[in-house]
Design a protein around this ligand. Structure first.
Ligand code: FEO
Length: 145
């Protein structure tokens, strides 16, 4: 997967506008990392990209967890643990890369990131979105009472 960028398409949409927007931006950041890793010259911004992605994921997970809490998502803890695992493994790779001046193309961070993010969006985030939207649709309509 390291030789291609992730092409955004509507199959990534989960139906919650602010989260869809952030997923799109995160995927753009991963594609930027792909280009920087491929460039491998003295001007490459690998370090900056890695930091940007970490910050982006942290902010995104915080927002998504807020949405899940607010809508009383039944599998909140499980989903939050997935976020924590992703951040943990990502920061582990990041430290490895930052300590290794000879970053190689075989570095697994890009593949891991793509698999994790895509699988997480397509499975866990979609499941969450379906359930929280169902919750919202089932709220009593107070304007009619
Ligand atoms: Fe969009 Fe659960 O991260």
């Amino acid at each position: 997967m390291t030789d291609t960028q992730i092409e955004w398409d509507d199959s990534f949409l989960i139906g919650i506008e602010e989260l869809d927007y952030e997923h799109k931006v995160l995927i753009n950041d991963i594609n930027r990392l792909h280009l920087e890793l491929a460039r491998q010259d003295e001007n490459s911004e690998i370090e900056k990209c890695l930091g940007d992605i970490y910050a982006r994921m942290q902010a995104h997970f915080a927002l998504e967890e807020h949405v899940m809490k607010e809508r009383e998502y039944e599998f909140f803890d499980e989903h939050k643990r997935e976020h924590e695992r992703l951040l943990d493994s990502y920061s582990g790779y990041m430290i490895q890369i930052l300590n290794d001046t000879a970053v190689s193309f075989s570095n697994p961070i890009e593949d891991t990131l793509k698999h994790w993010v895509i699988n997480h969006i397509l499975n866990s985030d979609k499941k969450m979105s379906l359930m929280v939207q169902e919750f919202r649709n089932n709220l009593p309509n107070l304007t009619n009472s």
